[in-house]
Design a protein around this ligand. Structure first.
Ligand SMILES: [Zn+2]
Length: 491
């Protein structure tokens, strides 16, 4: 089962990548055609004397012909990208619309506004593509005029025109350059050849003095293509109860940086919290759908008021964590959390807990027929050493050093969330006995707290490879169930 799912996910990712590669290849072909046609147009229609350009009239007459080439070759490319790329998104929204069945009017509006948003984006990107076309009609025409005005050679003009269209990737008289360019063009989307492609680009830049930073059509069109293929970011700034526009924007950026594309699709698809508070305390209240999380949160040991240290701490993905609780709740029925009401997820956690060294006891509450499993302290100590280290830290009061203390510091961003996962498995002993990050012993006795916190923590570190790989190592079966859920939610 898990293999089928993995294959399916990979197949879907490959599908997306394939479409993207196709667009980039299509852009390459389009610009190569334009480069060829512009050069042959110029060589055909600009008279020269002993190789030098001489007739301003012909130079001026070239402008509408340059425009005609760009209109014929480049605009259909832009149209194809915008139509097909956004058409896919629109289809997804419409499919969703159909599967819901009888939809309350307020949700119909939501779907309508989604479609309107896509239409708007379509228009926006097409306009941007078109701007590039207009700008480069002018830039190319100006180059023809300027070079003719000062009587430069056709060879010089040719080089300038080629570079204005394709930049570092333009065709040259030097076969060695063309070999490198064609190698880069063919293989730049192949991750296995990335090192070689980078080397070829480096050679073009250093040995053949081709600059990547100049103004050229390829660079601008490529940038717009890049933007248009991106998953739209999540808008939550307006949900903040207070804060300047700048803070709202920063909050939104912080949240989006804590999400993968797949998670952005999920967050955009489901209802948002009622309100969001930018507060020191992190929480999610299911009844009022109120979310509280601090902007740019840091995990580090705190001292009493007025005491500061030079300790930097690591990033804590608290906005995504609390939003994970919201998703866990919002996507399930009957006012329940998915994580603590889904046997597959609950059992995966139990299985992962029992994979550690430890002892089984009879469950005295009678809740669990499998008994009560306690992870051995040596296992927790081993994990602690992987997540954290102890360093000597200077303490200051009003800028004056008052002491030096050994302090437990986490080794990476998101490791506080990983620590909380271990604390959930150990039901609070990781925090209580080994001073690691987690929750109180009484908190873990609450029904559903273990499953809900593990879900929220996985949701918050999904985007961070190092932290997520650690979670995968500690709770592989749980991670698998979590990933299945994400795939399901993003459909
Ligand atoms: Zn939580």
């Amino acid at each position: 089962m898990s293999d089928i799912l993995k294959d399916l996910t990979e197949y879907r990712i490959k599908g997306i990548e394939k479409a993207e590669i196709e667009y980039y290849q299509s852009l390459t072909r389009t610009l190569d055609k334009i480069e060829d046609q512009i050069i042959s147009l110029a060589s055909r229609e600009l008279p020269t004397q002993a190789g030098q350009l001489m007739e301003l009239q012909s130079a001026v007459a070239l402008r509408p012909k340059i425009k005609a080439i760009l209109d014929k070759e480049y605009l259909p490319f832009a149209d194809r990208v915008v139509r097909k790329g956004f058409g896919e998104q629109a289809k997804r929204v419409e499919r969703q619309f159909k599967t819901i069945g009888i939809i309350p009017p307020e949700f119909q509006e939501l779907t309508k506004s989604d479609l309107a948003l896509i239409k708007n984006l379509k228009q926006q990107y097409f306009t941007q593509f078109k701007d590039v076309s207009n700008n480069f009609t002018r830039i190319l025409s100006d180059k023809v005029y300027q070079n003719t005005l000062v009587g430069n050679s056709f060879v010089e003009l040719e080089e300038e025109l080629r570079q204005s269209i394709n930049g570092i990737y333009s065709t040259s008289n030097d076969p060695a350059v063309n070999r490198l360019v064609s190698y880069v063009k063919t293989n730049q989307n192949n991750p296995l050849l990335k090192a070689r492609v980078d080397l070829a680009i480096q050679q073009l830049q250093t040995k053949y003095a081709r600059t990547r930073t100049g103004e050229n059509m390829r660079r601008y069109a490529g940038q717009i293509l890049n933007d248009s293929l991106k998953v739209p970011s999540v808008a939550i700034g307006s949900l903040l109860t207070r804060g300047s526009d700048k803070v709202r924007k920063a909050y939104e950026d912080d949240f989006n940086a804590q999400l993968t594309d797949q998670q952005k699709i999920i967050v955009n698809k489901y209802g948002k919290p009622e309100r969001i508070i930018n507060g020191k305390r992190g929480y999610y209240k299911k009844n009022s759908k109120e979310l509280s999380a601090e902007l740019n949160a840091i995990d580090k040991v705190k001292f009493s008021r007025g005491v500061t240290t030079t300790q930097k701490g690591v990033r804590s993905f608290v906005i995504a964590h609390e939003y994970g609780h919201h998703i866990d709740y919002e996507t399930f029925t009957d006012g329940l959390f998915w994580s603590s009401n889904t046997p597959a997820f609950i059992n995966a956690i139990k299985k992962d807990r029992r994979a550690f060294k430890g002892k089984s006891f009879k469950d005295l509450t009678g809740k669990d027929p499998d008994g009560y499993f306690i992870i051995a302290k040596e296992e927790l100590e081993r994990i602690k050493a992987e997540l954290a280290e102890t360093i000597e830290v200077d303490l200051f009061r009003k800028g004056v050093k008052i002491a030096t203390r050994p302090v437990t510091t986490l080794k990476g961003d998101g490791y506080g969330e990983v620590s909380d996962i271990i604390d959930a498995l150990a039901r609070g002993k990781f925090r209580n006995d080994l001073s690691m990050w987690g929750h109180s012993l009484s908190y873990w006795r609450r029904n559903g707290s273990v499953e809900q916190e593990i879900f929220a923590n996985l949701f918050s570190i999904r985007h961070n490879e190092k932290a997520y790989n650690l979670a995968k190592k500690y709770i592989p079966n749980t991670v698998l169930e979590f990933e299945k859920r994400l795939v399901e939610l993003a459909k």
